[in-house]
Structure formats: C-alpha cells, structure tokens
Design a binder for this molecule. Structure first.
Ligand code: PGA
Ligand code: ZN
Length: 459
C-alpha cells in the first residue's frame, strides 16, 4: 500500500489528532502524520453490553495518529478459543480485567514501543512471542487483541484512509451479506429455547442498505406477532426478541410468519440462518433439547436438522453438532452441504489449522471469524486465508458481549469475506455496526457490491 509518506512526505503536524473512527467519518487525511512507529500504548477498563468489564486499548503513533479498540466477550465459547484473562475474585463475578490492562500498560507497551503499527504481521508476531503460550494464557487474548486492533486503527488514521481500505487496499468494495438475529436463545436468553440464534439473510437484496431495510421489517413484524400472542417479553443478549415459544420448531414457524408479514417471499427474498451452538447442548454426541423434552444422539440431531432444512427456508446452519463431534459434523456436511452453508464457530474457533483439518475431513464449508477467539488480527486473518485455500466461505462475527466498537465491519469489507454477523436489529452495540456498514457502503458509492454467498434460492 502507498504510505502517506510516499504521497505527502511533508505533513506531520498537529499531534494527537483523530482516531480512525473520526478519519472514517470525515475522510480527513490531512492532519495526521505518517510516521507509524508506536509511541505509546495504554489500556483502560470499559464496560460491555452486558455490563461486564472489558479492555479498551489506545495506541498512539509518532506521527500523531491515535487508534482505539474495545475487545468483545462471548458467552457460548468454544473450548479451543484463545484465553480471555479475567481477574477472578468477588468483584463483578470474577470478570474484572485489571490484570489484562496492567499487561497492556506494562509489558506489552514496552515490547511494542517503536514497532511500526502498519506492519500488522510483525506487531502481532511480537505479541504472540511475548506471551509465549499457545493460547495467550499469560498476557490474555483480550490484552493482545485490544492492542492488535487499536494499532490497525492508528495505522489507518496515519495513512489517512478508513480501516476497511487500510486492511483491504483501494479495491476493497465487497459489502458483506448481513446475518441478523430475530429471536435470541440458548445461553443468550436463559436457555428459554435451545437453539441460540434464529437469524435472517436477504439473498435477493441488491445492497447492504436494502438488506437492512428488509430485515428491519421482519424484526418489527416478529415483534408484533409475539405481542399479539402475549409473548412479548423484551429482548435477549444480542437484541433478538425474547423466545417465549412452546418448542424450538415454533420459533422457526414464527420466523417464516414474520418474513411473510413483512411482505417477503421466504427462501427467495429472505431466508433463515440458524446458530444451533450445539456444543452448549451436551457432550460426547449427546444433545439435550430441554424445551422439546428430548435427548438426541448425533444421528438423531442430524435427522432433526435435515427435517428442518426440508420444511423451512434455511440457508445456513452454524455449529449443527458439537465441537467434539467432528465425524457427525462431516456426516451432516455430506448430507446437506451442497444446499446449505454449514458454519463452524465453536468447531473451528477462527483457527487456520482447524479449518484445514476440517476441510480434509469434509466437515463444514464455512468458517466464522471472531478475532477474540485467537487474540490477534493476523491469526484471525490466517483462518480466513486458510478458508479461501480450501474453498470455504467466511463470516466475520461479533460476540454476544459487545460495545460501540465497529472494527469487525471494516474487517469484513477489507478482507472481502462477504458475510457479517453482528446479532440483532436492536440495541446500540449492534446498531453501531450496522450503521457503520451503511457509512462504508455510502463511501464506496457505485463501486459497492453486496455479496451473495449462496445460491439465490435457499431450497
Ligand atoms: P458468543 O456467541 O459470542 O456468546 O460466544 C455467539 C455465537 O455463538 O456465534
Ligand atoms: Zn456461534
């Protein structure tokens, strides 16, 4: 990429001006110097969308650019995810992050001082080496990721470009198809229903903005249907309607009803995407569907999901089987992978090696990409590179514990993954991301294309 120094070597004035977020909005590239050497790194404790502590890092560069990023947190996590460092003890349920913050302010700040923020690979390699453990268990993946992301924001600001363009170059123009939750369940809704995410995608939408318009109407009508049934009880962790259903399948039927009431043809204009989050339902190939009063083995689970795929306009299923049930994951993919996106989240934990192994076994055909499952941007990016090598699709994803941070929107566009999962169509931490994507699409203007990652007809 051309650096600002190449284009305009003279400008280095006005210190401490502008985070990446500000430069995105204003398109203001004239006020921040191009010297990308890291001059200071600090962290602070901020609070996520569940009211839990999390890490925000701020990286300042010699040329005056500053970048900032907040790390999210999951609730239904894969066991192979990178280690999130929490303090334990009584305060805030043991979830405080003061140790991770001290690691950023101390060891990490010293180790990365003077490194170039715009050499993400070298910076992330330094973070990984400094931690010295395979899972970031010493310094914390929340500490390393905060710095990794904040440095990217600072570098983008120094280069005078929005983060998506810094990450993906001037040609990055593929808008992601959004996967938007309508009903939240599982660990995000007190396990009121077993399935975690009942989402929609808009295969026939022509733009990101249009996909949001369609989804807004589906979300609204789903709320009206619930209210009419006397089942309107607020929203779950990611903003989806609280799932007051008599069975898991009733949620599917209600989603179809909401799509129709919104005036769309189910499966053609608006289709269903599910996250079963099956690792939450049991271990060792046993799956307990509490709401339905059933316990299924792997084949029973596969049979149930295939029946749903036949009966409902489902375009995508995430974690249909548990993270420890790789053979069944492959059997399901063989049975449905030609007509369905089969996504590995807990199963693949944004890990390049696991993506390659899964591909060799024929399990899944899509990887969910969550930067905090690995702890640096480079490692998350490596999982996407591996996915492309093996012909898998990719979905950049938020966590259930989020903030106003919009980094993932820029990663989805910059990496060109073609899909973005952020939660529902309510609550500020979700809308901040959808709205940021609208700004990106507007900035791209006529160059923007909405990705259509699966066949037009979902079934
Ligand atoms: P989590 O869930 O962020 O709570 O882990 C999100 C998902 O499973 O996709
Ligand atoms: Zn998931």
């Amino acid at each position: 990429m051309t650096t600002r120094a190449d284009r305009d070597p003279g400008r280095r004035s006005r210190k401490e001006r502008g985070t990446a977020a500000r430069s995105d909005r204003e398109g203001d590239s004239s006020s921040v110097g191009a010297d990308c050497r890291i001059s200071s790194v600090r962290a602070r404790r901020v609070w996520d969308s569940r009211g839990r502590p999390t890490v925000e890092a701020e990286v300042a560069l010699a040329g005056g650019a500053v970048g900032r990023a907040i790390v999210p947190a999951g609730a239904s996590k894969g066991s192979r995810e990178a280690h999130e460092l929490r303090d334990g003890g009584a305060a805030f349920g043991g979830l405080d992050v003061m140790r991770a913050i001290a690691n950023v302010d101390g060891e990490i700040a010293r180790a990365v001082a003077g490194l170039r923020a715009d050499d993400q690979a070298a910076l992330d390699a330094r973070l990984i080496e400094l931690d010295g453990t395979p899972t970031r268990s010493r310094l914390g993946a929340n500490a390393t990721l905060a710095v990794s992301m904040a440095a990217a924001h600072a570098a983008a600001a120094a280069h005078g470009v929005p983060l998506y363009e810094y990450v993906g170059g001037a040609g990055a123009a593929l808008m992601p198809m959004p996967q938007i939750q309508i009903f939240g369940g599982g660990a995000h809704a007190g396990r009121r229903v077993d399935i975690q995410d009942f989402m929609v995608v808009c295969p026939a939408a022509q733009s990101f903005a249009q996909a949001l318009e369609w989804t807004a109407e589906v979300y609204r009508h789903a709320g009206l249907v619930m209210a009419a049934r006397g089942a309107s009880l607020g929203v779950a962790d990611e903003g989806g309607w609280w799932p007051d259903f008599a069975s898991n399948e009733q949620a599917l039927a209600t989603l179809v009803e909401a799509i129709e009431r919104a005036g769309h043809v189910p499966g053609e204009q608006v289709a269903i995407a599910l996250d079963i989050a099956a690792s939450e339902l049991g271990r060792g190939g046993r799956y307990r569907l509490g709401l339905d009063g059933r316990e299924l083995d792997s084949d029973g689970m596969i049979e149930l999901l295939l029946r749903w795929v036949d009966a409902y306009p489902i375009a995508s299923i995430e974690d249909p089987l548990g993270e420890d049930d790789a053979d069944a994951f492959a059997r399901f993919t063989r049975a449905a992978g030609d007509r369905l996106q089969v996504v590995g989240d807990d199963f693949l934990v944004s890990d390049a090696a696991l993506v390659r192994r899964a591909a060799a076994a024929g399990a899944a055909n899509t990887v969910l990409l969550k930067p905090n499952q690995r702890g640096t941007l480079s490692e998350t990016r490596a999982a996407w590179d591996a996915a492309r090598e093996v012909g898998y699709a990719g979905i950049v994803s938020a966590r259930s514990g989020e903030s106003e941070d919009t980094t993932i929107v820029h990663l989805a566009v910059g990496w060109g993954t073609g899909q973005l999962k952020v939660g529902s169509f309510a609550r500020g931490e979700r809308m901040a991301k959808w709205n940021e994507a609208l700004r990106v699409e507007e900035r791209l203007g006529g160059r923007a294309t909405l990705a259509h990652p699966w066949p037009r007809r979902a079934r």
